[in-house]
Write a protein that binds this ligand. Sequence first.
Ligand SMILES: [Zn+2]
Length: 187
Amino acid sequence: MDILKIVPPPKESRFDSLLAQARAEYCLLRVLPKRRSFLMHVLYRAALMPLWNPTFLDDYTTTIFFWVFMPEELIGTDEGYRVLRHELAHVRDAWRTGLLPFALSYLFLLPAGLTLRAFWELRAYTETLRVEFEETGAITDGTLEMIAEQFTGPAYLWMLPFPRWVRRLLQKRRAEIIGEGPSGDRR
Ligand SMILES: [Zn+2]
């Protein structure tokens, strides 16, 4: 007698479930491999990034409206899940604010050094902190420091180049997230 072995369907990754959930809300949402994107190569060259952000194509995820350009090796992974949580905060903000006003405020509104880009990124990095708290029950100083470097360095064009201020903002966010608890309001 044959015994039919029941093979369970492959378990969907956290990345896949999050993406499916987000695509149910934003049907135009796509995650695309960054190095294969012609647009990303054009942006890299046009903004002279080889000079000031040479790892743009390999180390950074870039979201434009509903297109999330992600390093290919992250797609489908746990690390990709963490990045996607951050990027979806941008998608959500862009959708609520209006795509054009969001893009213009992200890119151009000055004064330099205290841009709306910093405001939007603080919202998205709050989501990054929240993921760490959900996964580990803590948010380390090392994470705050890594994020502070993003705010004060070239990666985002020195969007808020005041390290002590940035650290204070991030510490405040950390305290709020820990106060919310693991199932805190995500929006
Ligand atoms: Zn971001």
